[in-house]
Write a protein that binds this ligand. Structure first.
Ligand code: ZN
Length: 146
């Protein structure tokens, strides 16, 4: 799909995306609380300041917007790439974000944590919440020593 937006329109859309990312974290927090999962938010003591660190097991959760973090879904599809500077700018920016995410995940794993990514498209779809939570409990289960 071609990127039909002008730079100004794109910028406006992005600012909206960023704002909704804040509420994405709130939605995930609510989801976890409802399931009785205890956590702390914005762990500045860990690489990349994970959005959530669970109390029951060394599991961290990143809540990611699909566009910014390049999810393989409809929302995460990057703008069409072409030869002009605007296209190259977006391609480079989104790739840099993904590379950063991978680097951060690796560093957090090295400290003994499991890393889960929760995507905005899954949070937006109520029917996927059960699957989301089972991924969370599965990650905890693997980490809890019995
Ligand atoms: Zn997605």
């Amino acid at each position: 799909m071609p990127d039909f937006m002008t730079v100004a329109q794109r910028r406006m859309t992005m600012s909206r995306v960023r704002r909704s990312n804040t509420s994405l974290e709130q939605q995930v927090a609510k989801l976890l609380s409802t399931a009785g999962v205890q956590f702390r938010q914005n762990a500045r003591d860990l690489p990349g300041t994970p959005d959530f660190v669970l109390e029951v097991a060394p599991v961290v959760i990143f809540a990611h917007g699909c566009f910014w973090h390049g999810h393989h879904c409809r929302r995460g599809r990057p703008p069409a790439t072409g030869v002009d500077a605007k296209d190259r700018y977006w391609e480079a920016k989104l790739r840099a974000n993904q590379a950063r995410d991978r680097r951060i995940s690796r560093r957090v794993r090295c400290l003994g944590y499991s890393v889960l990514t929760i995507w905005a498209c899954d949070v937006a779809n109520v029917r996927r919440h059960r699957t989301l939570l089972s991924r969370v409990t599965a990650a905890c289960g693997r980490k809890i020593k019995t």
